[in-house]
Each structure stands twice: as structure tokens, then as C-alpha cells.
Design a protein around this ligand. Structure first.
Ligand code: GTP
Ligand code: MN
Ligand code: MN
Length: 632
């Protein structure tokens, strides 16, 4: 039935549409609202306009409800909107096991794993089972709640890169964070007109009466039945049961990466889990770099790095997601589709990331960090930045003493801050044409065997390096032990379609007309010595790695081919005034037994997980690596 012509919005007409009318909304938007409202049965509907008044109203509501509290240590914390939110302890991270992609054909979503093996490259659900999952959870789930409608743009409004979504949610916390993380408001509806948009339905849910999880009204959720569903062929996202950012701010992982990667494949571009930074060298030459590291492995830190090497300047374009496409001239151009940072708090301090510290004390919603008795925030890594006599309340709201076995802040606690607060934001960060990318970096948290930096010999080798990424598990999702997990392209939790097809898509970039393919590197800040100490000081000193990378692409003769790729020649690294003695030999060593194991792991992974969907080019690169390792 065509709702736009008969204006038959039965449900919306029955309940208050608080600040708008069906006549003033695009008919496709109205139909979507009608569909969601008749399913979820909210008490009223509110169309978000993105105004300051609206934001203040929502924050006020959240404060009254006990969801957020002000942080009076910071001057004008009300005027500058600095808030602390505490979630239900059962709702603190992305839930990868409950995240599904729905396609008719399973193999469009995931490679078929070897028999008896559990697939690790995403979860598939049939369209019928997706409908069933929705009908088991959503009917009436917004009873007594307001249904917020958030029109948002991923990417600068009007950029050819940008895409529009409508998120429907029953959480005011989600509205506030979406306002920070994306561009929201009435102007988005004007830009949208009657075009299609990505449909994003979210509810924090209502637990079943026999639920065993303790739920407090300040953070409603339904952890036992949480589910995150995606239907790429309909550009549709449905998320139930969690208010935590990665599960509820649907523009981010769900849209910009999972749905985004599928749209990108169909339209011939790339949607990646990558930071974008600008680096100006001492000669004044400015270049742009993207880098993919798995969650909680250093993207936000590198994106706003304060270089210790004199003469260098780094400016930030984005810290988590890059949408990239080749332009007419064959330059790869990238935009950051987001408008804010949703960054890991622990570890952030004035030494490790001074620019983040300057960013996050204005217009910020902290989630699950600890609080100090003088009304400030605290997390692991901030020990030097609070006075010794303040008392600390942990992320659960319990008294916490220094030296306690449990952390004060949840390891996945986050700050949610507008990008514009960042003191080193790149002036080109909102350029609708995107910024030109010269270098792509892959990396992970590898305590053993992987050198600080090496370069891929060519694009195909680079794609193999991305496919081979592994990293120690972090708190960003539900994984608890510190195992080394495969995380190809840092996209394992975010692939919107079959990883084998994704590899083919990357490999096909060589066929783009005039394509000037960026150079590809792999880095590892996290290698440890036998005593478990980091071999490399990291953070600001990572500028030394970027310096080597830039000199390398500028044609300096500073690399030698090795077993794994192009390694820095000895003495080619700028270690001037390095604060710490670094064992460069150990940092760059390639232990034979380690690499033999690595090749075995990769072969097994590709065989068990990707099987027939592994492109032959990648198979060949693996055999070449195996051969090289034999010769070590
Ligand atoms: P997501 O936002 O989850 O995608 O993660 P991310 O890649 O942005 O990670 P982030 O930059 O927030 O870093 C996560 C953790 O790694 C923090 O605790 C940092 O302190 C730590 N870290 C970042 N860079 C370095 C480094 O160069 N060396 C060491 N040792 N730790 C680092
Ligand atoms: Mn991320
Ligand atoms: Mn980050």
C-alpha cells in the first residue's frame, strides 16, 4: 500500500506527534515512523531538530532520571555540558555474538567455514528468523516511553560521500550521543526530501518478567535478549536491548561500517574501520594517512598524536571510520562520516594523549568512568592528574580505593565529544570532496614477533597483510581473555558481507582507472620483551615511525626486503632525543619459530574460515610468506 498518497497514518494519528505534523515530514519518513510506532506503541513521538534547547531539555530529563550526573569540578559544567553516565553493569560493550547480518543466501554474508568449525567472520540470520526475532521483542516495547526520531547525516551534509539515516529510539541518552556523533536536525530532512534513507530502529527494550538481570530505571535495557540485526539489501538496522554506544548509536558501527561496507562494495568504494590523520613534515609537506587497528588498539591516540619529533605536525580528520573512493584523477579520497569521538577513556592522559585531554572537558558525555569526590572524572592512567586526597567512586557507583583489584573505570569506558572541540582538528576535515590519502597503515596489539613497522611490497601484498591482521583481545567487546584473535582489516566485527568477497573488492582497486594506489604499511606499538615490558615507548614517539614511512614514500633508500616485507635499514630511524633506550634489534627481529607458527595459524584460519572464498592472490601471498619463512 502506498502510504504517501492516502496519508493513512493510523497509528501516528492516534498518539501525540509532539513537535511536528505528518504533513511537514517526507512521506517515506512518515511511513517509517508509522511502521515503527505501530510496532513499538510509544506514548508519544518526538522529531529531533538538533537545537540547543532540545539538547538541554533532554539532558535535564536524563539528569532527573538518574541516567547522567553533572561534574561540578569542571567550571561551568552545566553550560559546557560535561556529564557522567553509568550504564547497567550488564550493558558495557558491543555484543558480537548477538550481532547478525541477514541475507537470503548465507554465503553473501559469511564464508562457509570448514565442517564442524564455528565461523568467526560474522553471524548470519535468515530474513524469516530476523522477522521472528523482531516480533519476539519489539511489539509494545516503547509503551510509556517517547519515541524519538533522529534524522542524521553520515558525512558533511551535501557531500557526494554522505548518506542519510533515520534513527528511531526510545532512549534520550542515545539522542544526546547521536547529536554529538553525527550531524542531526531538520535540515537533514530537507536535504533528504523523498529519497531513501538507512532505516535504524533501536529500543533499549523491556526484560521479560522472569528475567534474572537486575534492571534499574536509570538505565533500562534487556541484556538477556539483546540483538543487533542488519538487512543490507533493505538498508535496514534493528537493534534491541542495549543502550551501550556500539549497539545503540546506529550511525557508527551498524551503518557506517556494516551497512556501509555493503553499499561501498556495490558502489565501488571502501568503508573502513580507520582513523584519518594529516601529517606535515619539517619541509612543510602535508600528507594524509589512514590506519586500521582493531578496537582499543590505538586509533584515537594516533589520530590526534602530539609528535615528539621536532618539525612535525599532526592534525586529526577522524579517529574511527573512513569512507574512501578514488576520484577522477585516481587519487584515493577519504571522509570521516562521523561528527564526534566515542573514545576509550582508560589510558588517556596528558602524557599519552594531551590533545584528547584538551578535547574532552567540554560538551562531553562520559560513560562508565569513575567519579572523584570533588566532582570530576577518573580512570586508570589518570593517577597523576587528580589530587591524592580525593575519594573515588567506581563506574558501578561503589566506593573504590587506590590499589583495589578491580578497575575504577570500566576498561571500555568512553568519552563522547564533538570533533570540533579537538585543538588539532584538520581544517580540511569537513571537505565534501574528502582528503587525498597517500598511506594506509594496518596494525594490531602483538606482544610477540611482529616488528615495529614494515612496508608491503605492493597492493596485493598489502591486502594480504590486512587479511592477516591479528590482535590481542580487548574490552571493546565481550571477549575476556587476552588471546590473540584474527581481526582482518580490523573489520572482523564489522563486515557487512562475505570476507572473501571483501578481499576481492580490495584487490580490484588495482583495476580502477588511473588509480594511484596508496603505499601500505604494518605497525605494532605493542611488542614486549621477555619481562613483559613494551619495547617501544609508543604514543608521541610513534611520530618516528610516521617519519620513516614518509621518508620511505618520498623515495629515500631506507628499506630492505625481508621475509615479511620492506623493513627499515638499520640506522634509518630517527631516534634523536628518544626518552628511553630502545632495543631496536629486538624490536625488529623476525624469530623463525614465531613466524613458522604465524604461517601455520594463518593457513589454518584461511582454510577453516574462508575456504573457497579466499582469493587465489591471497593464497599465493601466503605461500610466498611460507617460503620466505623457511629460508629464515
Ligand atoms: P576503538 O575506539 O575501540 O576503535 O579503539 P582505538 O583503536 O581508537 O583505541 P585507542 O586509541 O582508544 O587506544 C586504546 C588503548 O591503547 C588505550 O588504553 C591507549 O592508552 C593504548 N595505546 C594507544 N596507543 C598506544 C601506544 O602507542 N603504545 C601503548 N603501549 N599503548 C597505546
Ligand atoms: Mn572502533
Ligand atoms: Mn577510538
Amino acid at each position: 500500500k502506498n502510504l504517501s498518497t492516502n496519508n493513512n497514518y493510523e497509528y501516528i494519528r492516534k498518539i501525540p506527534l509532539l513537535n511536528s505534523s505528518t504533513e511537514s515530514l517526507p512521506s517515506k519518513v512518515c511511513s517509517y515512523i508509522e511502521e515503527c510506532a505501530s510496532l513499538c506503541c510509544p506514548k508519544d513521538i518526538y522529531i529531533c531538530d538538533g537545537s540547543d534547547t532540545e539538547y538541554e531539555h533532554l539532558l535535564n530529563f536524563l539528569e532527573k532520571n538518574g541516567t547522567i550526573s553533572p561534574l561540578p569540578k569542571y567550571e561551568n559544567c552545566y553550560d559546557f555540558n560535561i556529564w557522567l553516565a553509568r550504564t547497567n553493569p550488564a550493558d558495557v560493550a558491543r555484543v558480537e555474538k548477538r550481532t547478525f547480518i541477514s541475507t537470503e543466501c548465507k554465503r553473501d554474508t559469511i564464508p562457509i567455514p570448514r565442517e564442524g568449525v564455528i565461523g568467526e567472520l560474522g553471524n548470519w540470520i535468515s530474513p524469516g528468523d530476523m522477522d521472528k526475532a523482531i516480533l519476539e521483542r519489539f511489539p509494545g516495547c516503547m509503551k510509556d516511553r517517547t519515541m524519538y526520531v533522529i534524522p542524521f547525516s553520515m558525512g558533511p551534509v551535501g557531500s557526494p560521500f554522505s548518506k542519510i539515516g533515520i534513527e528511531i529510539t526510545d532512549s534520550a541518552y542515545v539522542v544526546c550521543c547521536m547529536r554529538i556523533m553525527t550531524r542531526i536536525g531538520k535540515n537533514i530532512l530537507e536535504t533528504l526530501g523523498n529519497d531513501d534513507f538507512v532505516k535504524c530502529l533501536h529500543s533499549v527494550g523491556v526484560p521479560k518478567s522472569d528475567s534474572k538481570v537486575e534492571i534499574n530505571s536509570s538505565w533500562p535495557c534487556d541484556p538477556e535478549r539483546t540483538i543487533i540485526l542488519h538487512r543490507p539489501d533493505k538498508n535496514e538496522i534493528v537493534s534491541y536491548g542495549s543502550g551501550y554506544g556500539g549497539n545503540s548509536l546506529l550511525g557508527k558501527k551498524c551503518f557506517a561500517l556494516r551497512i556501509g561496507s555493503t553499499i561501498a562494495k556495490n558502489e565501488g568504494w571502501l568503508a573502513e574501520h580507520m582513523l584519518i590523520l594529516a601529517i606535515t613534515d619539517p619541509k612543510g609537506r602535508k600528507r594524509y594517512i589512514t590506519a586500521a587497528f582493531p578496537s582499543a588498539c590505538g586509533k584515537t591516540n594516533l589520530a590526534m598524536l602530539k609528535p615528539t619529533l621536532p618539525g612535525y605536525k599532526i592534525e586529526c580528520v577522524g579517529d574511527d571510520i573512513a569512507w574512501m573512493r578514488f576520484d577522477q584523477e585516481g587519487r584515493l579520497r577519504a571522509i570521516n562520516p562521523e561528527n564526534g569521538f566515542f573514545g576509550v577513556a582508560p589510558g588517556t592522559n596528558c602524557i599519552t594523549n594531551p590533545n584528547a585531554m584538551k578535547t574532552i572537558f567540554k560538551n562531553t558525555i562520559f560513560t562508565n568512568v569513575a567519579a572523584t569526590s570533588d566532582g570530576g572524572v577518573f580512570w586508570e592512567g589518570m593517577e597523576e592528574e587528580i589530587s591524592d586526597d580525593v575519594e573515588i567512586t567506581d563506574w558501578r557507583g561503589k566506593k573504590w580505593t587506590r590499589g583495589s583489584k578491580t578497575p575504577a573505570a570500566h576498561p571500555n569506558s568512553r568519552f563522547c565529544t564533538p570533533i570540533k572541540e579537538c585543538p588539532v582538528i584538520d581544517p580540511g576535515w569537513e571537505d565534501p570532496a574528502g582528503v587525498p590519502i597517500d598511506v594506509i597503515i594496518f596494525g594490531g596489539r602483538r606482544p610477540e614477533g611482529i616488528p615495529l613497522v614494515y612496508q608491503a611490497r605492493n597492493w596485493q601484498h598489502g591486502v594480504f597483510i590486512g587479511a592477516s591482521m591479528r590482535s590481542e583481545a580487548t574490552a571493546a567487546a565481550e571477549h575476556t581473555d587476552k588471546v590473540i584473535m584474527h581481526d582482518p582489516f580490523a573489520m572482523r566485527p564489522f563486515f557487512g558481507y562475505n570476507f572473501g568477497h571483501y578481499l576481492n573488492h580490495w584487490l580490484s582497486m588495482t583495476k580502477v582507472k588511473n588509480a594511484k594506489l596508496p603505499a601500505i604499511f604494518h605497525v605494532n606499538w605493542f611488542r614486549k620483551n621477555a619481562d613483559g615490558q613494551y619495547l617501544w615507548p609508543g604514543f608521541g614517539d610513534n611520530s618516528r615511525v610516521l617519519d620513516w614511512i614518509l621518508r620511505k614514500i618520498d623515495g629515500e633508500n631506507i628499506a630492505v626486503d625481508s621475509t615479511v616485507g620492506l623493513l627499515p635499514k638499520s640506522e634509518s630511524f630517527n631516534l634523536e632525543n628518544l626518552s628511553k633506550d630502545v632495543n631496536m634489534e629486538e624490536l625488529f627481529s623476525l624469530p623463525k619459530s614465531f613466524w613458522e607458527k604465524e604461517v601455520r595459524h594463518l593457513r589454518e584460519y584461511f582454510d577453516m574460515q574462508v575456504g573457497d572464498d579466499l582469493p587465489t592472490d591471497i593464497r599465493e601471498e601466503l605461500e610466498l610468506l611460507a617460503c620466505n619463512v623457511d629460508k629464515l
